[in-house]
Design a protein around this ligand. Structure first.
Ligand code: 5AD
Length: 331
């Protein structure tokens, strides 16, 4: 154990075996503290706030864990018009947000040209950083959207285990997923990936490999959250992922990727709102807040959630206060 702490302090990379060993510790408190120190060295006392707009819940995929999968007929589908998207983004901008995440299912209705135009308009009317998160697209499409001004792209690899990946995704392959991430990185996107905790057949070794996968890209951002069972999916009877293991994975990711932006994922807050606060002492430095219009937000049901959107301005102020109450500075 002491030699591992020495390695961490020395900023030496950890192996898969070492990460697995650490994930299984009885007492992880020393590692949480080291991760918190590394977060503090790189980001100081700040918590970055980002707005997320879920502009379409149509999805052509069939991911077994996700409530938006195309086989789910119980969800009402919606698409926001380009004007509605721009209006909402402007409201978020005036409320103080400096980054907008445009997220959707894999929806062919929005061509790269359309997404590119939306990004261009946002860049014309605001000084926001724009993150796109609309799934796997071709190299050419990613390139076009980047040329239109997109700064970042989020595409979680979900699991780095080939067998688990293909069990969960009859609609895609791990190879294509990792290739898309490499394309994003090579095009100069600030690239985000991530994975879930509590997937079927997942072991500590899988999680260790997930962390190494983030490092291999290398990712600039990583969202790590617990799986939450959705009643309209084939995984409805599976237990939710562990919040403790989620925090441990975030801490080890902070250690492996000291400068990466690591959000406190919404899924963690859904299972336990206290843990969402605690995660800021385990290496996380970012929080995302939904700005999806109320009339749509209820239908973006990736997993069951009690989080509701009301007034963008008021919620921004409340969030800033919550961050200050944790002794941190919202930015
Ligand atoms: N539980 C937790 N997270 C989920 N996601 C999708 N479905 C679930 C679920 N049931 C996550 C995936 C996806 C992100 C948008 O939400 O990691 O990339």
């Amino acid at each position: 154990m002491n030699n591992l702490i020495h390695k961490i302090k020395n900023r030496d990379e950890l192996t898969r075996e070492e990460l697995s060993y650490l994930l299984a510790l009885d007492d992880f408190s020393k590692i949480f503290r080291l991760a918190d120190d590394i977060r503090n060295e790189n980001f100081g006392n700040y918590v970055d706030i980002r707005a997320i707009l879920e502009f379409s819940n149509y999805c052509k995929r069939k991911c077994k864990y996700c409530g938006l999968n195309s086989t789910n007929k119980n969800v009402k589908r919606y698409r926001m018009s380009v004007d509605e998207i721009l209006e909402t983004v402007k409201t978020a901008y005036y409320a103080g947000y400096k980054t907008i995440v445009l997220q959707s299912g894999e929806d062919n209705y929005y061509t790269a040209k359309m997404i590119g135009d939306i990004v261009r308009q946002i860049k014309k009317h605001t000084s926001m950083a724009v993150t796109v998160s609309s799934g796997e697209l071709s190299y050419e499409d990613y390139k076009y959207i980047k040329l239109c001004g997109a700064d970042r792209y989020l595409l979680k690899h979900e699991t780095s285990d080939e067998k688990i990946y293909s069990y969960l995704h009859s609609c895609g392959t791990l190879k294509n997923r990792l290739n898309a991430l490499k394309n994003l990185k090579s095009l100069g996107y600030y690239t985000g990936s991530g994975f879930m905790i509590g997937l079927p057949f997942q072991t500590l070794d899988t999680i260790a490999n997930d962390i190494l996968t983030l490092a291999s890209i290398p990712c600039d951002m990583a969202g790590i959250g617990p799986f939450i069972a959705h009643s309209d999916t084939p995984l409805r009877d599976l237990q939710n992922g562990s919040t403790e293991l989620t925090k441990r994975a975030v801490a080890l990711t902070r250690i492996m990727l000291p400068k990466a932006h690591l959000p406190a994922t919404t899924a963690l807050g859904v299972i336990d709102s206290k843990e969402k606060d605690n995660i800021f002492s385990c290496g996380a430095n970012v929080i995302m807040r939904k700005v999806t219009p109320q009339k749509y937000e209820q239908y973006y049901s990736i997993y069951p959630s009690n989080i509701k959107v009301s007034d963008i301005y008021k919620e921004r102020k409340i969030l800033e206060q919550q961050i200050k109450n944790l002794g941190r500075i919202p930015v």
